[in-house]
Design a binder for this molecule. Structure first.
Ligand code: FMN
Length: 231
């Protein structure tokens, strides 16, 4: 009977964590780092049980549940006319690499299609980028996207990005292709629903060349996307 109660209590805590706290896990990590050096004797939450024993064990469990997962792989695939989208791709890679996400950048215009599809298969998250030319994508990006419907992408995330001049249709076209597959398309709505962060602009669009300031604008978006992958 007692064991059964403990089990029910543990299960409730897990469900509570998963539904309410998990999406805010970066803040949980911040708080755990702040209390790490303290000698804590008791945890008295605003609701729920007061924990007087094994306090450190509960903190460790929270720490483990909110820690980023490792060994995640991202691929950044893009097409470009004059190199502006290449700069965005490199900016995205720099942020992901800071988070220890193994990242590959491929200009699909110069790559073998089968090799590109192999990289997609191996990746947990794929960024698809193209600049806009006459309201559409450029280069070979469309050839890559057309292949996706033959692949099982259920466990993967996708993000669209690109440089543009005035309307940026290519990013929308990329998203249309992605939504025709079973990949999870990460956009502002997805981020709001999974993390509660409502200030991020995704897909990632940069007008013409990303300068220093725009890279800063890009940073919170890619950081949140990276955190999502590290879940
Ligand atoms: C021939 C041509 C057509 C373009 N058409 C569009 C367009 O329809 N909509 C738009 O937003 N930008 C358009 N642009 C602007 C490009 O998307 C913009 O210059 C972008 O920064 C190019 O990025 P890239 O160097 O990665 O190709 C066009 C540019 C060129 C040269």
């Amino acid at each position: 009977m007692y064991i059964c109660q403990i089990f029910k209590c543990a299960l409730k805590s897990l469900v509570y964590y998963q539904l309410i706290i998990h999406s805010h896990r970066p803040y949980v990590q911040d708080m755990i780092n702040k209390i790490r050096a303290l000698d804590i004797q008791m945890i008295a939450p605003s609701h729920g049980y007061i924990l007087r024993a094994n306090v450190q064990r509960y903190i460790n469990v929270y720490d483990e549940m909110s820690s980023p997962r490792k060994n995640k792989k991202a691929a950044i695939l893009f097409s470009t006319m004059t190199g502006n989208t290449t700069k965005i791709a490199k900016g995205i890679a720099a942020v992901l690499e800071k988070k220890a996400i193994e990242t590959r950048i491929i200009n699909v215009d110069n790559a073998d299609l089968k090799a590109v599809l192999g990289v997609i298969r191996e990746s947990d998250m794929v960024f698809f980028g193209s600049s806009t030319r006459y309201a559409d994508m450029v280069g070979k990006m469309e050839l890559v996207l057309k292949e996706l419907k033959h692949m099982d992408l259920e466990e993967k995330f996708a993000v669209a990005f690109g440089s543009y001049g005035w309307s940026g249709e290519a990013v929308e076209v990329i998203q249309d292709y992605l939504r025709g597959t079973n990949i999870k398309v990460v956009d502002s709505s997805y981020i709001i629903k999974t993390t509660g962060m409502s200030h991020l602009q995704i897909p990632i669009r940069i007008k013409f060349t990303p300068d220093g300031q725009e890279e800063n604008v890009l940073y919170p978006e890619v950081e949140a996307i990276g955190d999502l992958l590290l879940g």
